[in-house]
Design a protein around this ligand. Structure first.
Ligand code: KIV
Ligand code: ZN
Length: 540
């Protein structure tokens, strides 16, 4: 069998892998990703995601854009203070205020980086910046110099590089390196380039830019034509040694290069690319699911690497082949990305040890009280549901992650639904507030979920607007747990909440209350959230 893909081991088909240089994984889930419509995160959610990214083994976390808002500044600062083992980076336009804001926000980090950018393409210079080439060049140099006075590691990006005159790219990158940039990033901001373009540009720049041998070249590809991963791989082939990626490929418009796809392509085809990354690939699945649960944006079933179908073999011919030799249809082992090979179900007689082993196999790390609490939830679920699958266990773990800390909590919920001509449902809720108040209310509506939401509004005396609501099942079967997501808006602010329960109406109530609590606590999504308002001056 030649299925193992660790570096140095033979790959499928007997190809010999080359252990080579390491490619820096620069993660921009919390900056480029977070600014995309529907992917905004509040402070706690950003912290959870940053910790998960550090555990995954990314080298650099681009934690945000500190000059954008006080909320962004605080999140970058908290990540810099609390998340260990990574370089913490903040984004700045090429101006003094932005650069100073980043330097202050990342100051607590053990390793710090300022990422300065300015647009260089003709259309951006003329119509957005209203600057000529000379002014853009002067701004870039001044910004890099200023950033270098504040931190040792400065990255310079030429926004829309792939639509910029190549000779101007040579000029501006040479000047940025001379001013102290250590990483030069060549973004395909609008996802326009082909892999051949990318290869040509990176080779050309590495040959022509003065000081190219002293710096790291970086790729930042958007997915407008579905080419972000291919283009990033082409950049690596042409000598890029940093790739900017986001978990699940989230980011402006069609998104950024998907971290999990890029990393597994480099690992699975190490025989071709000859490079490695520091990513613990066994954590990919759990990190992807965490992001999906935090943002309420599910991973598509057929998504490469982390989708439900990524390792599912349905057709008879495929199943027959896999049973004879998994290599017939599998180029990666599911467990290499954190999907446990064992899909054996657990039940109410399974012990804490078996549960803990499955949690670990799924790529989550729970210990002490966290594990006890999850085990109690597992036992409760096993009382109601005969067979507990991996999906159920994930639901328990992610359900813990999304559990709302209040101020409101649900004590009791009663729903009566009727179908037919005069379709009406009633819901009665009892809620308690952390200040000790206990309230009850009931409501009548055309459906049970609508009635529950109305009863919660009436009990809490709130009137948030429902922006979005969805329920999906976790796992299969009519006794599967339901996962609900609710997005609410009030006073120009928005919040997202989730809930999980075997009863989908209860899951919906929990999700509504979670979103409402987040609005009331003030850890709402930033006001420039795309859910709150269409993006104005977003950065690709
Ligand atoms: O897409 C882009 O050009 C960016 C830069 C800020 C690097 O996100
Ligand atoms: Zn971008």
């Amino acid at each position: 069998m030649t299925r193992h893909r660790d570096h140095g081991a033979p790959a499928a088909g007997g190809r010999q892998e080359k252990a080579g240089e390491q490619v820096t994984i620069f993660d921009t889930t919390l900056r480029d990703g977070e600014q995309a419509p529907g992917f905004s995160m509040d402070h706690d959610q950003k912290m959870r995601m940053a910790r998960a990214l550090a555990e995954l083994g990314v080298d650099v976390i681009e934690a945000g854009y500190p000059a954008a808002s006080p909320g962004d500044f605080q999140a970058v600062e908290a990540i810099a203070r609390e998340v260990e083992g990574v370089t913490v980076c903040g984004l700045a336009r090429a101006n003094e205020g932005d650069i100073r804001a980043v330097a202050r926000a990342i100051a607590p980090a053990e390793r710090q980086r300022i990422h300065v950018f300015i647009a260089t393409s003709p259309v951006h210079r003329r119509d957005k910046l209203k600057m000529d080439r000379t002014t853009v060049l002067e701004r870039a140099v001044a910004a890099v110099r200023q950033a270098r006075e504040l931190v040792a590691e400065v990255e310079f990006s030429a926004e829309d590089a792939l639509r910029t005159e190549p000779e101007f790219l040579v000029e501006i990158f040479s000047a940025a390196i001379d001013a102290g940039a250590r990483i030069v990033n060549v973004p395909d901001t609008v996802g326009y380039a082909t892999p051949a373009d990318i290869g040509r540009v990176f080779r050309f720049l590495r040959e022509q830019v003065k000081g190219a041998d002293k710096v790291v070249f970086s790729a930042h590809c958007h997915d407008d034509l579905g080419l972000a991963v291919c283009n990033s791989l082409a950049a690596v082939e042409a000598g890029a040694r940093q790739v900017e990626v986001a978990m699940n490929g989230i980011g402006e418009r069609a998104g950024n290069c998907a971290l999990e796809e890029l990393v597994m392509a480099l690992k699975t085809r190490a025989d071709f690319y000859g490079v490695s990354t520091g990513i613990n690939t066994r954590r990919l699945y759990a990190t992807s699911r965490l992001l999906a649960s935090i943002t309420g944006q599910p991973v598509p079933r057929n998504k490469a690497i982390v989708g439900d179908n990524a390792f599912a073999h349905e057709s008879g011919i495929h199943q027959d082949g896999v049973l004879k030799n998994v290599e017939t249809y599998e180029i990666m082992r599911p467990e290499d990305v954190g999907v446990p090979a064992s899909s054996l179900v657990l039940g109410k007689h399974s012990g804490r040890h078996a549960f803990a082993r499955r949690v670990t196999a799924l790529g989550y790390s729970l210990e002490g009280e966290e594990l006890d609490e999850a085990f109690r939830a597992f036992k409760n679920l096993a009382d109601r549901k005969k067979l507990i699958t991996n999906a159920d266990i994930e639901g328990i773990i992610l359900g813990r992650e999304v559990k709302s800390p209040g101020p409101w909590s649900l004590q009791a919920l009663q729903v009566a639904a009727s179908s037919g001509e005069a379709k009406m449902s009633t819901a009665a809720v009892s809620l308690v507030h952390s200040d000790g108040r206990a309230v009850q209310a009931s409501a009548l509506a055309s459906g049970p979920v609508e009635a529950v939401f109305a009863a919660i509004r009436s009990a809490t005396g709130t009137d948030a607007r429902l922006l979005d609501f969805s329920v999906r099942s976790i796992g299969a079967g009519s006794d599967a747990q339901g996962w609900a997501d609710v997005h609410l808006a009030a006073d120009g602010r928005t919040a997202h909440g989730s809930g999980v329960d075997t009863d989908i109406v209860a899951a919906s109530a929990a999700a509504y209350l979670d979103a409402l609590n987040r609005l009331l606590r003030g850890d709402e999504l930033p006001s420039d959230s795309a859910l709150a308002a269409p993006a104005g001056a977003m950065i690709g």
